[in-house]
Design a protein around this ligand. Sequence first.
Ligand code: DX5
Ligand code: ZN
Length: 214
Amino acid sequence: MLVSPSLLSADFLHIGDAVRMLDAHADLIHLDLMDGVLVPNLSFGFSVSDAVCAAASIPVDAHLMTVHPWAWFPHLAKKGVRYISFHLEAAGGDALQHLRSLRALGVKAGLAIDPDVPVHKLFPYIGEADFFVVMSVYAGFGGQKFIPESLARIAALKAELRRRGDAALIEVDGGVSAANASSLREAGADILVAGSAVFGAPDPSAVIRALRAA
Ligand code: DX5
Ligand code: ZN
């Protein structure tokens, strides 16, 4: 499995150290971009994401928790973000167009849903997305408790992807830890996002290894 640790849980006074550690040990770097409108929190914007992209050699995975997500695609792609996901809740009827815009910019196109959006709402976008983000907590904050019903949602999406012979990856985001990583893999997860489990541990690189090997 691929591991995409979330910088949201890093020590922001030492963010460069966190990026260097992830660059040496992780598969992707997950950047949570929040606007205080789609979700009730603010995180960081272009000044941080540009600096992370410039410093990282592994792919940066931006998770847009914003309204009007398309407005940020060109800048992020230009600065080298390789994976960009946005929320179906924010895109509504424009999700297909947004996925196509991302692919046209040469980035991996991802579509995310919160836990209260039925998973079958993703099915019309199979074939148009490179990855799907199944949120296993409500978007907005790190350190929340994993919602166990997410396992069945991942399995349902995986079954539909297999049935249609589609190679899109499933990223799981929220409350992921070494305790649930093997269940997530069995359900069909391909990319594990983990914030507090990685940065709250005494040895973050050991947690990344454990998640990858789950
Ligand atoms: C939540 C974010 C997550 C968050 C995960 O809105 O999308 O990426 O950082 O944090 P943990 O792993 O602590 O749940
Ligand atoms: Zn995220």
